[in-house]
Ligand binder design. Structure first.
Ligand SMILES: Cc1cc2nc3c(=O)[nH]c(=O)nc-3n(C[C@H](O)[C@H](O)[C@H](O)COP(=O)(O)O)c2cc1C
Length: 237
């Protein structure tokens, strides 16, 4: 195995951090590594807001009560961004159609690839972190807090710092349940139930509900409306 593959397979989310700053040069190298990710047509349809001040982290924590945010040395907000695209388009035409599923996929996928690269780079430097998608449940308030303009929206954040906890690597679904040769192979409930048991063994006493119960809690109800409402506000919905 290569060192890179080894690092990638050792990944675990870290949600508790030591009270130690991350040197500016390290923050910059992580984000630069993130920015090296591929992007749709090289449009780089995302922006990153670097949050270092405790005041801003506390304000964010009030909106998204995740302890990792408050403890993070640095919090990075990944923003889906078609605002720069608008500026480019305006050089050529008055027409601008940033709305719709395809454009949302373009900017969200770009942000996700850059974010994942950033997190891996952080891990390679001995830091830990966790992606915080729950920022989307407070999309409008976050848009206000960070003064996000039209055609932008929060996708996720990453809380980063020196790890103050270490978990075992979380087991994934079996390879064969996720990766298929030549054509899709629909899975049956037995695969899910088996993975429920794998997850329960992994989580031990910490497990409050099974993996499939968490699926039901997420997808057994209407999606949270905050992202959609904010996208409308930002002329993207
Ligand atoms: C898009 C996305 C959003 C996430 N949002 C949160 C979050 O809001 N809070 C949190 O504690 N973890 C969050 N996570 C982390 C996942 O829970 C975690 O990656 C998953 O359980 C697998 O565990 P591992 O990263 O330790 O392997 C998020 C991960 C992704 C990819």
């Amino acid at each position: 195995m290569s060192e890179t593959i080894d690092l990638m397979k050792r990944h675990t989310s870290v949600r508790r951090f030591k009270d130690e700053p991350i040197p500016e040069a390290d923050v910059r190298s992580m984000i630069d590594a993130g920015r090296a990710a591929s992007s749709w047509k090289n449009f780089q349809s995302y922006s990153v807001i670097v949050v270092r001040s405790q005041e801003k982290k506390e304000a964010l924590f009030q909106l998204v009560p995740q302890e990792a945010i408050r403890q993070a040395s640095v919090f990075l907000l990944f923003v889906g961004d078609l605002n720069r695209a608008h500026k480019g388009v305006e050089l050529h035409t008055d027409a601008f159609y940033p709305q719709g599923t395809e454009n949302l996929l373009i900017s969200s996928v770009d942000a996700a690839l850059a974010g994942q690269n950033t997190l891996l780079a952080a891990e390679s430097l001995g830091y830990g972190g966790v992606i915080i998608g729950l920022v989307r449940y407070a999309s409008k308030e976050i848009a206000q807090l960070f003064r996000l303009p039209d055609y932008t929206y929060p996708v996720f954040g990453i809380a980063l710092g020196k790890p103050a906890q270490q978990h075992a690597v979380k087991p994934r679904l079996p390879y064969e349940a996720v990766v298929f040769e030549e054509e899709y192979r629909e899975q049956n409930a037995a695969v899910i139930e088996t993975y429920d048991r794998v997850q329960a063994d992994y989580a031990g006493e910490r497990a409050k509900e099974s993996w499939s119960q968490r699926l039901a809690a997420q997808f057994g109800q209407e999606p949270h409306p905050a992202s959609q409402e904010n996208l409308k506000d930002k002329k993207l919905g």
